[in-house]
Ligand binder design. Structure first.
Ligand SMILES: [Zn+2]
Length: 324
């Protein structure tokens, strides 16, 4: 039987994912931003998302992973409205926690954290029928603060253990925001390994923020997937070219089935203030990065390893853990 992937419109067969963006956000900001009218307006958020999704679909995008957790400004009513609009783009939404672990979870047992995540995966988010299909974690500068059981590092580690337990129980993958130059993929995979997780179900995101092929090779060598997901986030074309070239380097190193592409983009960005609306935030991969890879010798079949099969592999590995 085919593996099913939970989207905001319900489960779909994994074969139907098609070209999938690995790391995006319908909205991004703070967990309480919807209570501040000058920051968040749902009708505006809806309008820009519908247009940006239409442009993504026209460019060839079939699916996207929305990695916005509750504390990063996920808006479940907006997710419901977008689901009802039937945009033609499958959207997988996330449970999990962002980098400043909410006080509610600090010092908690990982099993309590897993229970919260499982609730959003199996029952629904905030009392709705929308279910999360993936777990998001975010390890950033806070990981450097390590002073006892209430330190940011301890909180992040407890969340990672909780995520691993929820992922195994529910059969869903984990996708991680990391600081690649701090090599945070390494301690994350260490915890997941201790928890008995199949590392093929894990995406180590923002990995193309580094140029260190040795580190990237070590992460992929352990079986994990690499998120090369900030394409187009920088206006500078040279930077985008560097990111495309890095994807090709990993392909050349034999890891073409373990790299996923995305933008970390949102048409409604409230992270770091109100940012200009970019309705083409989800088109850079299909309209620039994929053609660049083609021009530099990769076949469409090989490119599909990065745009389709790599993400499928994480869902298949996750489903396998639940069966196994
Ligand atoms: Zn992101």
């Amino acid at each position: 039987m085919s593996v099913m992937v939970q989207t905001i419109r319900g489960p779909i067969a994994i074969e139907d994912l098609g070209l999938t963006l690995s790391h995006e956000h319908l909205t991004a900001g703070s967990g309480t931003m919807d209570r501040v009218p000058s920051v968040y307006n749902e009708d505006d958020a809806y309008a820009v998302n519908i247009e940006a999704l239409a442009r993504a679909k026209a460019a060839g995008v079939r699916s996207m992973i929305d990695l916005t957790t509750m504390d990063l400004g996920r808006q479940v009513r907006l997710l419901q409205r977008v689901a009802d609009a039937d945009t033609g783009v499958n959207i997988v939404c996330a449970t999990g926690v962002y980098r400043w672990v909410p006080a509610y979870f600090m010092g908690r047992d990982p099993d309590d954290i897993a229970e919260f995540m499982l609730g959003e995966i199996t029952e629904g988010i905030e009392g709705t029928g929308i279910r999360a299909g993936i777990i998001k974690l975010a390890w950033d500068l806070e990981y450097r603060l390590d002073e006892g059981p209430w330190s940011p590092r301890s909180a992040l580690e407890r969340c990672a253990r909780g995520a691993a337990r929820a992922a195994k129980a529910a059969g869903v993958p984990i996708s991680c925001h990391t600081v690649a130059t701090d090599e945070l993929g390494t301690p994350l995979l260490d915890i997941f390994e201790e928890e008995g997780l199949d590392l093929a179900a894990v995406t180590i995101g923002h990995s193309n923020d580094t140029t260190d092929l040795d580190y990237l090779g070590r992460i992929a060598g352990r079986g994990a997937n690499l998120g090369f997901d900030r394409y187009g986030g920088v206006r500078d074309d040279a930077e985008n070219e560097r990111r495309a070239a890095l994807a090709k380097s990993m392909f050349d190193a034999g890891f073409g089935e373990q790299v996923s592409l995305g933008h970390d983009g949102s048409p409604y960005m409230r992270f770091g203030g109100i940012r200009p609306t970019n309705l083409d935030c989800w088109t850079g991969v299909p309209t620039h990065e994929v053609p660049w890879l083609r021009e530099h010798g990769l076949t469409d079949e090989q490119i599909a390893g990065m745009t389709e099969r790599s993400i499928r592999r994480t869902f298949e590995a996750a489903a396998g853990m639940r069966r196994g």
